[in-house]
Design a protein around this ligand. Structure first.
Ligand code: NAI
Length: 331
């Protein structure tokens, strides 16, 4: 039998946490033959609710779940973890300035970075979900210098999956037959959902999405804004932000990272830029990646047309500004 893997979920008493922990305990994140020990962290005001989630995990009698640590102590939460899914953060409240929200999250991610660096298992893989996801991940990287930068990522897989969903609805094809969309840049409304290399499996072989949709106007405007604004549309409909889709996409992100992407398929991940596609290095930016043996690599050599170039640069610009804002909160 396999040794259990320890998975940390911060903000585990929140809405995404509540959707995510049962998925992990069912083997959706790491595989149906992989036992897990869940580490759940939240803050003291949520301690009672967190304990309620732990009670439900016991009640659900998940065969793969070999233990549960539910705590408000960051060190206890981080100790020995192999995978860390960072969902906890400070939400933007009405009337708050961007800088105030950033400042709260910078201090959370700075201290959690140190705890992970000191106490997590060697080679721990980190996924930041909490917003501003890219910049929280960057702060985590800066304050955990001994964790390899390749191990620190942020979630744009939800945006990627939303793009697949929109194409599948538009063409009335199965979502599993659509692949290789790309989310470039920030997990924000400046992200660029790119279909220029996306394909659909059809009875007549693989076809480019651009050929099948044949409505460039829709692809170049409405499709892009629908994906960019989908988070806001969910809040409007549900009065709460996306939770089941965020949790499911977080599982997709870690599963593909650990177990590998299928041959010929790439996915989108926010990773530390190495300057590929002339994206400034030193930002956590969403790129198309393939994964093998537990490591991601950026897909190279894709053609970038003029419209795309502008959009890649615009979202990089926003990330540089967020980075400056985050640094101004540190001093
Ligand atoms: P929520 O407010 O329901 O839950 C957040 C939880 O984090 C709360 O239980 C809170 O007590 C906890 N928390 C706050 N500070 C903490 C700290 N220092 N340490 C540990 N836990 C802490 O929010 P929800 O809906 O679960 O969303 C969580 C985050 O995920 C938000 O920042 C949201 O914007 C983000 N998000 C990101 C998405 C993405 O695709 N990257 C998609 C959807 C949401």
């Amino acid at each position: 039998a396999k040794e259990p893997v320890r998975v940390l979920v911060t903000g585990a008493a929140g809405q995404i946490g509540y959707a995510l922990v049962p998925m992990i305990a069912r083997g959706i994140m790491l595989g149906a033959d992989q036992p897990v020990i869940l580490h759940m962290l939240d803050i003291p005001p949520a301690a009672e609710a967190l304990n309620g989630v732990k009670m439900e995990l016991v009640d659900a009698a998940f065969p793969l779940l070999k233990g549960v640590v539910a705590t408000t102590d960051v060190v206890e939460a981080c100790t020995g973890v192999n995978v860390a899914v960072m969902v906890g953060g400070f939400p933007r409240k009405e009337g708050m300035e961007r800088k105030d929200v950033m400042s709260k999250n910078v201090s959370i991610y700075k201290s959690q970075a140190s705890a992970l660096e000191k106490h997590a298992a060697a080679n721990c893989k980190v996924l930041v979900v909490a917003n501003p996801a890219n910049t929280n991940a960057l702060i985590l990287k800066e304050f955990a210098p001994s964790i390899p930068e390749k191990n620190i990522t942020c979630l744009t897989r939800l945006d990627h999956n939303r793009a697949l969903g929109q194409i599948s609805e538009r063409l009335n094809v199965q979502v599993s037959d659509v692949k290789n969309v790309i989310i470039w840049g920030n997990h924000s409304s400046t992200q660029y959902p790119d279909v220029n290399h996306a394909t659909v499996r059809t009875p007549a072989g693989e076809k480019p999405v651009r050929e099948l949709v044949a409505d460039d106007k829709w692809l170049n405007s409405e499709f892009i804004t629908t994906v960019q604004q989908r988070g806001a549309a969910i809040i409007k409909a549900r009065k709460f932000s996306s939770a089941l889709s965020a949790a499911s996409s977080a599982c997709d992100h870690i599963r593909d990272w650990v177990l590998g992407t299928p041959e010929g398929t790439w996915v989108s991940m926010g990773v530390y830029s190495d300057g590929s596609y002339n994206v400034p290095s030193g930002l956590i930016y969403s790129f198309p990646v393939t994964c093998k043996n537990g490591e991601w690599s950026i897909v190279q050599g894709l053609s970038i047309d003029e419209l795309s170039r502008k959009k890649l640069d615009l979202t990089a610009q926003e990330l540089s500004e967020e980075k400056d804002l985050a640094y101004s909160c540190l001093s």
